[in-house]
Structures are given as C-alpha cells and as structure tokens.
Design a protein around this ligand. Structure first.
Ligand code: ZN
Length: 122
C-alpha cells in the first residue's frame, strides 16, 4: 500500500449494478477500452470526490476542542461541515489490467468526451 489510510465502507453499498449504470461504466477511464477487454469478468468502480477544508469551521472546532475536551467538542459542538465538497463526485470504471497502473488522479478528474456530449455534426 502506498501510505495513507482508508476506512472500508461496508454495508452502504448495493449488491449489484443495473444495466444503465453498467452502460455508463462500460469503458475503462485509463485505457479507454471496454471494461471486459482483458477477458476477466472483473472491473473496479471508483468514486472521486474533491473537498476543500473550511478554515473558519476548523478554527471554531479546534477552539472548542481546546476549551473542552476533543471528545466533548464533537458531541457538544455544532457538528458543522469541516470540509466542503467541490463540484460533483465523479464515478469511473477501471479495467483489470489498468488496476495495477500508476495513475495521476487529477487526470481522471478531467472531463471525458462522451458520445452524447453534444456537438454532433452530420
Ligand atoms: Zn483499462
């Protein structure tokens, strides 16, 4: 593992994927090929969300932690958002062969041209 920590989110996922969602995730975001091109019937769905730390909320929360204990600050404080989501979340698919590639995450967040993205000249 490349540093960092993650918390597995079990229990909040649905058991499967319906046709519409699978169609939207039919191409690998990295190699642009179909998710089944490797021959293995496996792929990975990634959800990317970008956040900005809310400095003033963090300051208030830290101040409250210093006045009372950190545990109490979480319970007795306003429980406001300490980070704000920037834009929409991005959901992408990665094929099995690209799963082990080193990838620039920011590159995955660039807009992807889709067939229904307008601009059809005929
Ligand atoms: Zn791929």
């Amino acid at each position: 593992m490349v540093g960092g920590k993650f918390k597995p989110r079990t229990g909040e996922r649905s058991s499967g994927m319906k046709e519409e969602e699978l169609r939207e995730l039919s191409d690998c975001i990295i190699c642009k090929k179909g998710i089944g091109h490797t021959g293995l019937p496996l792929f990975t769905k990634l959800t990317i969300e970008r956040f900005g730390l809310n400095k003033s909320a963090l300051k208030r929360h830290t101040g409250l932690e210093m006045m009372i204990s950190p545990g109490l600050a979480s319970v007795m404080g306003p429980n406001e958002d300490l980070a704000d989501r920037l834009g929409d979340s991005i959901v992408v698919a990665v094929c099995e062969s690209c799963l082990t590639e080193n990838v620039c995450i920011a590159q995955l967040m660039e807009p992807v041209e889709t067939s229904d993205a307008g601009g059809q000249d005929g």
